[in-house]
Design a protein around this ligand. Sequence first.
Ligand SMILES: *Cc1c(COP(=O)(O)O)cnc(C)c1O
Length: 399
Amino acid sequence: MAFKPANNIQDLQYFGEFGGVNPSISDSSTYTFLSAKTMFDTFEGNADGCYLYSRHSTPSNLYLGQALAAMEGTETANVTASGMGAITAVLMQLCGAGEHIVSSRTIYGGTYAFLKNFTPRFNIKTSFVDITNLESVESAITPKTKVLYCESVSNPLLEVADIAALSKLAKKHNLKLVVDNTFSPLSISPTQLGADIVIHSLTKFINGSSDTVGGVVCGTQEFIDNLRNVNDGACMLLGSTMDSLRAASILKNLRTLHIRMQQHSLNATYLAERFEKDGLKTVYPGLRSHPSHELFKSMMNDKYGYGGMLTVDVGSLDKANALMELMQKQNLGYLAVSLGFYKTLFSAPGSSTSSEIPEDEQREMGLSDGLIRFSIGLDADIERTYEMMRTCMQDLNIL
Ligand SMILES: *Cc1c(COP(=O)(O)O)cnc(C)c1O
């Protein structure tokens, strides 16, 4: 039977303390106990349903974690203060000094910088590979490798990872397959394809209102317990804990994720098809010209489409900048990083979100100067948006 991530979220039932239709927010950093013994047991993690201190866990964070675990089909989940808070904790939990990571080379700039510049201080080394080339992935694996890391749809090049094939490799070599699914919530369900751990930046589509940062790690009960362990858990000890007020507001936004993703996908598909027909170099997994179109199609939960992200190469950074400024002036969106907002957001990743990646490496992976990354918004009239964008491009001699 097909996996139904949105049904799984909807089927959870929560009530507030006074019968409210939303769960009550736990607005406390610490909790009282009637007995000292229960306090000790709770600290040790042996008293289910009791709360001790809000860096460990809070009711609001557990509700949100439960909904996201339902969405990804994992046993449980732990929410974090940001996507990077989730990524860094997972990698530090899985790897120690002398160990090794094999990672896709086209990943979020912050993740790339963490693996390239930060973890070597702890003698954790990373080999960056073309994730779409399974042979080069396998040949990078060494006896020290612990983790295979990728994004289901990569930032910003929109490469698609063959999660089932990577999972086979991971199992063969006894690695954990960690997948950042930030670009494709609901559309792709990595654990259904064999991923061990799924991470999201909640900052993007899942929260969808560009008003907070947040993250989540979805995985087995055992792994999440490890992350939260008071003695050696990376989430517990590195301290990237989400605030309860934020957890409550993200949970409410999650209620409309399935509708938003359908509209993002619909609008992005419309624009990508038109742009491509106009002769622009357009990358969108929903286009038949995308090298991994069939792969995405084989992995996706049909209803949610190919997502809201597309890229267009307009030839040069000057043209990209001029177009973005003009589109913002015409109120077609904002010249801003990030994604998943109701308004279209656009940026030139080479000089912004991926500027951590040195220029020669950018070129090698196909990240050109003129590339604009679009997060397509929820526009009610995408035909009008297209006409206006086309006029901007014509005015700048891009079309
Ligand atoms: C934004 C982003 C992150 C980092 O998330 P933050 O919430 O900003 O810490 C990680 N991965 C991807 C794919 C992202 O887009």
